[in-house]
Write a protein that binds this ligand. Structure first.
Ligand code: UD1
Ligand code: CA
Length: 457
């Protein structure tokens, strides 16, 4: 026997009002459908079939590195529609002896543990089909679980097909099922489109298998947050908030401090070491890795970067960068792609760094631009120094070697090299290389004209 999943992702997602497939919208930085795949894998299912339809090329691209089989549901041109038809399109992958878990690609909050529990319930009860159900105070729009007098499940009725009594039922179909593979295939053959939407409903398999004399199970989920699906942007925002709470709780339990978790935004794939403190307004995105004992924020955005231990970053933005141990960044610094900072570096207020390496113990404390540079260790970059890297056509490189000192308000016109312990007097515009331990002054000498200040007012 094998476990497999079928993940439905062919729907149009009209209510998203988007050019992007619904299942590719991101929740905490990760595409919705990837959460579903992740949950099935964690539940021990290693064969996942994803049914594609609308925007199939986009979804294919997104899933190319995932361990999934892709199949297509033909859309339009008079083809039928509905969840039942979508499952029919995955039929060739279903083996008789498989246990099939059916899920929707638009519900990222489902937990692996719930899938496992459903599988266990299904197997222990020897059901042909088990439905994951949930009690909803406001079940509008969802399929209702209709039970027989003895409590067994009779059928699922869609909202649009429900009568006045059925519409009052609060137990709903979450859209997640567990099937015996052979019986699923038999039931698919018997589906029809005799309903208000003229669709093939997968939910009709309940009635069909029941009528064939098989046992139908219903496993009730207590936490309704887990099955919240994304159908529009309001739900996307709700689901994002719930996912963020879940992610933040995990970090808190792992030893990360958040001053205000509700104002801290950490993507699903981010790693954070213990004893790191996140201040409000911190946003850590994509696959960033933050070390131990860091202080991040407030109001700091870190994208796709690696930060080592003991680093502090205050009110700054960091993209595609690497920061080594005990370095301080900000307030109000901007580290652009290709920035690599060594240990114990200081990048102070209003300093911008791009595509540059800065070695250990170097300081650029205020108001500088460092672009396309290699800066050694123990260098001092004075206030207001500009690495003039661009001549209007090409970018050029600046090299500043260990122990050099660049006085305030200097321009280093690239390509240019300052050798070890070179000393640039403040206010210089440096166009030529400076030799080791050499002082370079490149500015006009001051002229004082006595009396010339008089009588001006
Ligand atoms: C479906 C269930 C309903 C349940 C609800 C839970 C049916 C008939 N109804 O309702 O009982 O309460 O889910 O959310 O199954 N899809 C396809 N191809 C299609 C149609 C849909 O792949 O032709 C996919 C969608 O992309 C989506 C999933 O199936 O991921 C569910 O479709 P959706 O239209 O949202 O389900 P409902 O009709 O609302
Ligand atoms: Ca529908």
């Amino acid at each position: 026997m094998m476990y497999m999943s079928i993940i439905l992702a062919a729907g149009e997602g009209t209510r998203m009002k988007s050019s992007v497939s619904k299942v590719l919208h991101k929740v905490c930085g990760r595409e919705i459908v990837k959460y579903v795949i992740d949950a099935t894998e964690k539940a021990g299912i290693d064969k996942n079939v994803v049914v594609l339809g609308h925007s199939k090329e986009q979804v294919k691209d997104c899933l190319q590195n995932e361990n999934v089989v892709l199949t297509e549901q033909p859309i339009g041109n008079g083809h039928p529609y509905g969840t039942g038809y979508a499952v029919m399109c995955a039929k060739e992958y279903i083996n008789d002896e498989d246990t099939v878990v059916l899920l929707c690609g638009d519900g990222p909050l489902i937990k692996a543990a719930t899938i496992k529990n459903l599988l266990e319930y299904h197997e222990n009860g020897k059901y042909a089909l088990s439905i994951l159900t949930c009690m909803f105070d406001n079940p509008v729009g969802l399929g209702r679980i209709v039970r027989n007098l003895d409590g067994t499940v009779d059928k699922i009725v869609e909202q649009k097909d429900a009568d006045d009594e059925q519409i009052k039922i609060k137990e709903i179909n979450t859209g997640i099922f567990c099937f015996n593979g052979k019986l699923l295939k038999e039931a698919l053959l018997k589906l029809d489109t005799n309903n208000s939407q003229n669709e093939y409903y997968i939910t009709d398999t309940v009635k069909i298998l029941g009528a064939m004399g098989y046992k139908i199970g219903a496993f009730t989920l207590n936490d309704e947050r887990e099955i919240k699906a994304v159908n529009d942007r309001v739900q996307l925002a709700e689901v994002n908030k719930l996912m963020q709470e879940r992610i933040n709780e995990l970090h808190l339990r792992n030893g990360v401090t958040m001053i205000d978790p509700s104002a801290t935004y950490v993507d699903a794939d981010v790693v954070i070491g213990r004893d790191t403190i996140l201040y409000p307004g911190t946003i850590i995105e994509t696959k960033s890795i933050i070390g131990e004992g860091c202080i991040i924020g407030p109001n700091t955005r870190i994208i796709n970067s690696e930060i080592k231990n003991g680093v502090s970053i205050d009110n700054s933005k960091v993209i595609d960068s690497f920061i080594d141990n005990n370095t301080n960044v900000g307030p109000f610094a901007y580290l652009r792609p290709g920035t690599k900072l060594g240990k114990n570096v200081k990048i102070g207020d209003f300093v911008e760094v791009k595509n540059s390496t800065i070695d250990d113990n170097t300081k650029a404390s205020h108001l500088s631009y460092i672009g396309d540079a290699e800066v050694g260790s123990k260098v001092n970059i004075g206030c207001g120094v500009v690495f003039v890297n661009y001549d209007g056509i090409k970018k050029h490189k600046t090299i500043v070697k260990n122990g050099a000192f660049v006085g305030s308000n200097s321009n280093l016109i690239a390509p240019v090299t300052l050798e070890e312990r070179a000393y640039v007097a403040c206010g210089s515009t440096i166009t030529d290389d400076v030799e080791e331990e050499t002082l370079a002054i490149a500015r006009a000498r001051q002229v004082n004209k006595p009396g010339k200040g008089k009588g001006r007012f």
